[in-house]
Design a protein around this ligand. Structure first.
Ligand SMILES: Nc1ncnc2c1ncn2[C@@H]1O[C@H](COP(=O)(O)OP(=O)(O)OP(=O)(O)O)[C@@H](O)[C@H]1O
Length: 271
């Protein structure tokens, strides 16, 4: 074996600094809404069991990219997505993909808490029931309880499971929506500004929860709050005018970004 090959082998075998596997890989992702192009050749990896924050000024394409990851853009008539997005190496835009199953694997929590107009119990039980995850009532009860516990809201609702979900406070409703997403055992949870309708205390509670959840799930979050991105994420991706400007470790992105646009955005010079 010659020297060069030895070095190449060593590099290949050396543990990388970051041991997290790539869960989702976006390659050359472009999105058009009708004639208008909203995303331009975005290449972005999402790592397993980490929180990836998508940041950037309004209209830069953060939500558009997020929605590509579970094909929510399919629900917008004018939207066209090109490029490749893989989940565990499998192309999620392949014709053979069952979109309902994909959205169970890649769940979503929206900006405004949107519980169904049903009881707290039914909000969480609905997904597992339609996906056939529980054979009997006791199994469903178990899933509901576990999901509410994982979403850190069980203690607040355990005595009122049959009351309306819409009767909870905003912060509780958002945690209920997180429980609803968790109930179908997703692998990835997408969050589109999940705290924007919440007060600072409820926001802190959801942020703590996000940090706990990353042990079991991969999370991608769109946020306008730089403090929130810095607090909850390990990786940050900065978008501007439909382009991915740069992405990297959150610590580095917030202390020593490579791109001036990131520097300007995080220091409040634009956006
Ligand atoms: N349904 C739609 N139809 C047409 N254009 C859209 C649609 N959704 C988004 N766009 C456009 O695509 C671009 C990116 O929008 P997107 O919502 O992804 O940005 P964003 O960074 O999430 O913005 P914000 O931070 O304001 O939520 C914008 O120019 C927006 O006007």
């Amino acid at each position: 074996m010659n020297m060069l090959t030895d070095v190449a082998m060593e590099q290949k075998l050396a543990p990388t600094q970051d041991q997290h596997m790539i869960k989702i890989q976006g390659q050359e992702v472009c999105v058009h809404y009708g004639e208008k192009q909203a995303l331009f050749s975005v290449n972005l990896d999402v790592r397993e069991n980490q929180v990836t924050a998508l940041i950037g000024p309004s209209g830069c394409g953060k939500s558009t990219f997020l929605r590509c990851l579970n094909r929510m853009n399919d629900t917008i008539d004018s939207a066209r997505v090109s490029g490749t997005i893989t989940l565990d190496g499998e192309n999620i835009y392949d014709k053979a993909i069952d979109v309902v199953e994909l959205r169970a694997r890649v769940g979503m929590v929206f900006q405004k808490p949107n519980p169904f107009p049903k009881s707290i119990y039914e909000n969480v039980a609905y997904g597992p029931r339609i996906h056939g995850l529980a054979k009997k009532k006791a199994d469903l009860d178990e899933i509901v309880e576990t999901s509410l516990k994982k979403a850190a809201i069980w203690n607040e609702v355990k005595d009122r499971l049959h009351e309306a979900g819409t009767g909870l406070s905003g912060g509780q409703q958002q945690r209920l929506c997180i429980a609803r997403a968790i109930a179908v055992s997703p692998e990835v949870i997408l969050m589109d500004e999940p705290c924007s309708a919440l007060d600072p205390i409820a926001t802190a509670r959801v942020e703590e929860l996000i940090d706990e959840l990353r042990q079991n799930y991969t999370i991608v979050i769109v946020t306008h709050s730089m403090q929130q991105a810095a607090r909850v994420s390990q990786r940050t991706a900065m978008f501007h005018l439909g382009y991915l400007v740069e992405e990297g470790d959150t610590d580095k992105m917030f202390t020593n970004p490579d791109d001036k646009r990131t520097q300007d955005y995080i220091t409040g010079r634009f956006g």
